[in-house]
Ligand binder design. Structure first.
Ligand SMILES: Cc1ncc(COP(=O)(O)O)c(CN[C@@H]2CONC2=O)c1O
Length: 407
């Protein structure tokens, strides 16, 4: 049992206090999206209630207030990632767009036939398909780094794949399907040793612990606000300054230009070169409020509480007949994927939902690793610091009841 004051924390999250199908909601789908504290909800509604205006170049009080809040949010993200400067934080629509931006902009400017891109076999589709597009567009090739039956990257295989033709290594900090925490420090060191750049998909890592991009020395780090107790539709791309400056713009329009003429157009400086059009101002302010909320939290205690929930859940899983865990790496975040023998994951998910327990079922946008495991998908329970041991008990009571319908 952890000393983390979950009940006080839960009071900050209004959505948790509702009934679903006649039972108190047990929300265990945090890897899909996290819930939002009142402080984030208020920051977004207050912005629209009081400060809403378009940003930059504005010549009035609301525009100034909106711009100050918008850029303060960028500064908060820079501090959250320990980035050297806020101009290295690019706003996107989410992890998916952040990776598409790098694959399209850096990819097209730097990849040529014979070059190789490596991604792990357990990646989310957002960290596979954009690289397939870049490979198709440039003649480069995309190759999967093998993953073992526990859901660990095979580091010996990875090391043997590396040579001077490898130009990009793109891997998840944490697997969304299985919770595996990948050894990205080692991966970055090995990749840099052959001259490759490294993009780290941090979508499933940032909600669990502090990330230091300078210490990691990764070339790009990406995540979504909605994975970090912030709003959907907003993402972050961190990049090394020289790399971002060397990359061509991703989308054209206002904000990303210096001058436009039919004789030619010049582009804006970082970060605006990559931020065409009116940005998600409220979303950025909401993410800033989420980071403020996390900074006021004892994040080490929160992570210890999540790990205690995972250990408790996996202990109960191993004592549950007919249940098979999927993803048994030694180092995991609080994600527990499993199967009930003889039952399709989707059926299990429906039966859990009928009992007020929210989990995610299916391939979790990670079809290659599901194919490798020869399973149609999993039932995935994912815990955050606002979940409780009693909710783990509710999950397993619901599983036991579901089993009576399934076998
Ligand atoms: C590791 C990882 N990468 C990229 C993404 C894509 O993020 P956006 O959708 O915000 O662009 C996700 C989303 N996770 C999915 C979403 O639902 N369930 C999941 O596990 C993810 O977990």
């Amino acid at each position: 049992k952890s000393g983390f004051d979950v009940e006080r924390i839960r009071a900050d999250f209004p959505i948790l206090h509702q009934q679903v199908n006649g039972q108190p909601l047990v929300y265990l789908d945090n890897a899909a999206t996290t819930q939002k504290p009142e402080q984030v909800i208020a920051a977004i509604s207050d912005y629209y209630r009081t400060d809403n205006s378009n940003v930059h170049r504005g010549a009035h009080a609301l525009a100034d207030r909106a711009t100050v809040k918008f850029e303060a949010a960028r500064e908060k993200v820079a501090q959250f990632l320990n980035a050297p400067a806020a101009k290295q934080i690019i706003w996107t629509r989410g992890t998916t767009e952040s990776i598409n931006l790098v694959a399209a902009s850096w990819g097209k400017a730097n990849l040529k036939p014979g070059d190789r891109i490596l991604v792990s076999a357990m990646e989310h589709h957002a960290n596979i398909v954009p690289w397939q597009f870049a490979a198709q567009a440039t003649g480069a090739t995309l190759e999967p780094i093998p993953v073992d039956a526990h859901g660990n990257i095979n580091m010996l295989a990875f090391d043997s794949m590396l040579d001077s033709h490898v130009k990009m290594v793109a891997v998840g900090h944490v697997s969304n399907a299985m919770g595996t925490i990948n050894p990205i420090e080692k991966i970055i060191t090995l990749a840099h040793a052959v001259g490759a750049r490294v993009l780290i998909d941090g979508a499933q890592a940032v909600s669990h612990w502090a990330v230091d991009v300078q210490k990691l020395n990764c070339d790009f780090y990406v995540f979504s606000a909605h994975k970090l107790f912030g709003p959907t539709g907003l993402g972050v791309l961190y990049g090394k300054e020289d790399l971002l400056n060397s990359m061509p713009p991703y989308q054209g329009g206002g904000e990303m230009i210096e001058t436009v003429s039919f004789a030619g157009t010049t582009f804006n400086q970082l970060p605006y070169k990559f931020e065409a059009g009116t940005p998600d101002i409220a979303g950025a302010i909401g993410l800033g409020a989420a980071i403020d909320y996390l900074n006021a939290l004892d994040r080490v205690a929160a992570a210890e509480h999540e790990q205690a929930l995972l250990a408790y859940a996996e202990e109960k899983a191993r004592a549950t007949s007919g249940l098979t865990l999927v993803g048994t790496a030694p180092h995991k975040t609080s994600v527990m994927s499993f199967l009930i023998d003889g039952a399709h994951p989707a059926d299990v998910g429906v039966l859990l939902d009928k009992q007020g327990v929210a989990v995610r079922t299916g391939n979790h946008c990670a079809q290659p690793i599901m194919d490798q495991f020869a399973i149609p998908g999993t039932v995935r329970a994912s815990f955050s610091f606002y979940n409780t041991f009693a909710e783990v008990d509710r999950l397993f009571a619901a599983i036991e009841k579901a089993k009576t319908f399934l076998v």
